[in-house]
Design a protein around this ligand. Structure first.
Ligand SMILES: [Fe+2]
Length: 321
């Protein structure tokens, strides 16, 4: 019987933790699943003709994740829970769609995107209040036996509206990291003794943290969402002459538009691997029922199962000392 890429993903998960031990264990502590841009929309409340394709796709992705053996110990969402302005109803839909993961014993770690609203988020996920590592920011950490993942909060609210109820204006599309969060990140990376990965909704360049990551001796990767594309060709560098580039990757969307799917992140003693599971590609629901462009299927075939490796191997800065 021919192995499909799906078989490969499940089998690789079992192999990653080593033979019989893995089969006896229901959750792999070194395996995480990454979702991003899940963009839920409750069109019974407002924007009645709004996009709901992600509402249908996300539960299917969750169901597939739950078929993995072993299960990932952690699931991380890289922001954009809402399709529009961070309405609390959108967060409720997201919480319902993600609940089967936590019901299965998978710990959820959640980050903010530009379509989100911190006030709505904490109404639906109040348990998160005790997890915040930076005051007033949805910043948290996931520890695996081999490495840590820091999830930053790059949501840029309108002036004075950090904790305001959402409005139809929404937040800014671009991201930001304020002084307090930047100082916390610098201190955390400076003190880190273990391989560390940094995650956020926006690109590190956009929020001005490339140098902090590149020059950290233990930061080995940057993973982000927002683009709705799988792209493992991204790397961080703070300029010609600095040899300490850091591998980066963007995640597919959990159902809204673009590359559709999730990614599996496995940490090892000497590296981590991020493997994309891409189930589809589309732009928006206006395409439904129309001829499907051929390059969409080609894109799915080209991406599904691709892996990028983050080696724990950081050369010193040969040029600047
Ligand atoms: Fe998005």
């Amino acid at each position: 019987m021919e192995l499909t890429r799906r078989d490969f993903l499940v089998g690789a998960g079992a192999a990653a933790t080593g033979g019989c031990t893995a089969l006896q264990s229901s959750h792999d502590p070194n395996l995480m699943v990454f979702l991003s841009d899940i963009h839920q929309h409750d069109n019974t409340v407002r924007w009645k003709n709004g996009p709901t394709q992600a509402n249908e796709v996300l539960p299917r992705l969750v169901k597939e994740i739950l078929s993995l053996r072993p299960l990932p110990a952690n699931a991380v969402v890289f922001g954009d829970f809402s399709a529009s302005c961070g309405w609390v109803e959108d967060f409720r839909l997201a919480a319902a769609a993600l609940k089967p993961l936590s019901d299965a014993g998978i710990a959820l770690t959640l980050g903010m995107g530009n379509h989100d609203n911190r006030s709505s988020f904490l109404k639906v996920f109040p348990e998160y209040k005790s997890r915040l590592l930076v005051p007033d920011r949805i910043v948290s950490k996931v520890a695996t036996p081999n490495a840590d993942l820091i999830m930053l909060d790059t949501l840029k609210s309108r002036e004075g509206e950090d904790w305001a109820e959402p409005t139809s204006k929404g937040s800014y599309v671009d991201g930001t990291i304020d002084v307090a969060q930047r100082e916390w990140l610098r201190g955390t990376l400076a003190a880190a003794k273990r391989p560390t990965f940094v995650g956020a909704h926006h690109h590190a360049r956009e929020v001005g943290i490339v140098k902090d990551i590149v020059t950290s001796p233990t930061a080995y990767g940057y993973i982000f969402g927002h683009e709705h594309v799988w792209d493992e060709s991204v790397f961080l560098t703070d300029g010609y002459g600095n040899s300490q580039t850091v591998q980066a990757a963007t995640l597919p969307s959990g159902g809204f538009w673009g590359d559709i799917g999730y990614a599996l992140f496995r940490t090892f003693e000497d590296r981590a691997e991020l493997t994309v599971r891409q189930t589809d590609f589309y732009f928006n629901r206006r395409w439904q029922g129309k001829p499907r462009p051929k390059n969409w299927d080609e894109r799915v075939r080209a991406h599904d199962g691709r892996t990028v490796t983050f080696w724990y191997d950081k050369p010193g800065n040969f040029y600047r000392g």
